[in-house]
Write a protein that binds this ligand. Structure first.
Ligand SMILES: Nc1ncnc2c1ncn2[C@@H]1O[C@H](COP(=O)(O)OP(=O)(O)OP(=O)(O)O)[C@@H](O)[C@H]1O
Ligand SMILES: [Mg+2]
Length: 518
């Protein structure tokens, strides 16, 4: 395809940017230009090179070749501080907040260059920004106590509050864990800011959002620009095809599962105090996972999902008979004992608890699988290597070698690896949070397909997601969690989106789940 040269008079013009990593050319002579006030989408499948490109613009990576024109002038961006001084802000794909500090302290750290931003003042600005941008965050909460959706809001706010006048905002999958209402609110803010002249680079795998928000789109494949379009000229389907070079496969057909129905994992009337001052207390939480069935748990992230998952899988001990596996009380048992009874899980925080970024993929595979790769007390590295390789092949994880650290994988590829690692063992009972977070359309289908396939093999599944479409496509029954209360599970065929939305907002749940006796 003939690619027009980027306009040199644009606010930002990338000319022939190239970045190589060991074994891969992540960006190959990429040309992109962004005008003042333009919202520009960057699309591409997992590993196409989107984050790498954004990091070069923001000074987090140095290009191997090519140049960056900022407001018409060739500019070497020395680092994030320099980028911020030029008027850029970036929300990275992986969170960059310090866990042990509060929200206000985190914001003060980045905003505090001239020493004028005490956390107290930041808290006041946060409160003001909440009104202006509709992004609610609690300034005094420590970051480790926040759900992924809440962390995402802090990251976005951090950019919007920065002192230098913003000219370019780089958003690398900012909406992956936001609720539909928050996304709508954020888009309204972005449109308003763009109308005032802010340029926005927007990366997302949610093509409907991209279509609704952006004016122009550049598509990357294998590090190269393969298409540029005005958004008005393309449909969502065409965008998907441009990204993956083919139409994404349809989801497999749901089949009736013989012998379904026996309860494998149950949570019974669990009252659970939060383990930190800002967590969500669970009130009389109950649910049942049945053989050959997917139970969907819908809810706005931060409403007790983390606590519920921790109690179910054994990260937090609870009274023994509050959690049952095949009728056996396991509430006091730890993760390993529950694993031995067939329970596998994928937490929502894939960088913290799901994988160790500095370890190789082989070691990350071993994290949950070491018993299988151990013979007479010795870990077989060859077996582990083969297994890591098999996961990568089966789930099409793009990587430059299984000996490479997990941190070298693109966001979506790491997610595919972690989910693949757990799926691969055909778990009998499977609990997964945000299974398709940040994976591209084709890979999302593959993961959803694998979940449906497990269901057919008799696995009892719990899928926790704030993506209602995903839950409605996958689940047999859906329950809603809101403010630590879990609704009864309803057959998907019998509930409407509107009803679920109301329950997610907490309406009607008090009647269904009485308050815990204090
Ligand atoms: N620090 C690194 N070391 C080695 N390889 C890397 C590093 N960072 C990225 N890569 C590789 O560069 C390629 C592009 O990765 P990048 O993160 O830019 O993809 P992406 O388009 O953002 O994908 P995703 O949609 O999954 O986030 C991938 O093959 C990735 O493995
Ligand atoms: Mg990325």
């Amino acid at each position: 395809m003939a690619v027009p040269a980027p306009r040199r008079d644009a606010r930002l013009a990338l000319l022939g940017l190239t970045k190589r990593f060991p074994g891969v050319v992540a960006n190959d002579r990429v040309d992109v230009s962004v005008r003042a006030g333009e919202i520009h989408a960057l699309l591409g499948e997992n590993g196409a090179g989107k984050s790498t490109l954004m990091k070069m613009i923001y000074g987090l990576l140095a290009p191997d070749e090519g140049s960056i024109l900022w407001e018409g002038r060739e500019t070497v961006i020395e680092g994030p501080l320099h980028a911020r001084r030029l008027g850029m802000g970036m929300v990275q794909q992986h969170f960059s907040l310090l866990e042990s500090l509060t929200v206000a302290e985190n914001l003060a750290l980045t905003l505090n260059r001239r020493g004028r931003w005490e956390p107290e003042r930041v808290a006041a600005r946060v409160a003001e920004a909440e009104g202006r941008y509709g992004l609610a965050v609690e300034p005094h909460r420590p970051v480790h106590s926040l759900s992924v959706g809440q962390r995402q809001r802090v990251e976005i706010l951090r950019c919007l509050l920065q002192e230098e006048p913003l000219k370019l905002l780089i958003l690398d999958e900012p909406t992956a864990v936001l609720t539909p209402q928050e996304v709508a609110g954020l888009f309204e803010v972005l449109r308003r800011l763009a109308a005032q002249g802010l340029s926005i680079l927007f990366v997302s795998h949610k093509l409907d959002e991209v279509k609704a928000l952006c004016e122009r789109v550049t598509v990357l494949r294998g590090g190269r620009v393969v298409a540029r379009r005005d958004m008005a000229d393309v449909t969502v389907d065409e965008l998907a095809t441009l990204m993956v070079g083919d139409r994404p496969p349809a989801l497999r057909e749901r089949r009736a599962v013989a012998g379904a129905g026996e309860v494998r994992l149950a949570l019974q009337g669990l009252d659970l105090a939060p383990d930190h001052p800002h967590g969500t207390a669970l009130s009389r939480a109950s649910l049942e996972l049945r053989r050959g069935e997917i139970l969907g748990l819908a809810g706005v992230s931060g409403n007790g999902q983390q606590e519920l998952l921790a109690a179910l899988v054994g990260e937090r001990p609870v009274p023994a008979d509050c959690v049952l596996i095949d009728g056996e009380p396991v509430g006091r048992m730890g993760v390993a004992e529950r694993r031995r009874r067939g329970l596998r899980y994928v937490p929502e925080d894939r960088q913290g608890t799901g994988a160790v970024p500095s370890l190789s993929l082989i070691d990350n595979a071993l994290l949950t699988r070491w018993p299988k790769a151990t013979r007479f007390g010795w870990v077989s590295l060859a077996a582990a290597r083969n297994w890591a390789q098999a996961i990568c092949e089966r789930y099409q994880v793009r990587q430059a070698g299984v000996g490479m650290p997990a941190s070298s994988l693109s966001g979506g590829n790491l997610q595919k690896f972690i989910v693949g690692r757990e799926l691969d063992e055909t778990p009998e009972i499977f609990v997964v949070a945000q299974p398709t977070w940040g994976v591209d359309v084709a890979a999302a289908r593959r993961i959803q397909d694998a979940l449906l396939a497990l269901r057919e093999q008799g696995t009892a599944l719990l899928v926790i997601s704030d993506d209602l479409d995903e839950l409605l496509a996958l689940a047999d029954r859906v329950a809603v969690i809101s403010g630590g209360r879990v609704s009864s599970a309803r057959p998907v065929a019998e509930v409407g989106r509107a009803q679920l939305g109301q329950l997610m907002g907490g309406r009607g749940l008090e009647a269904e789940v009485p308050d815990a006796a204090a």
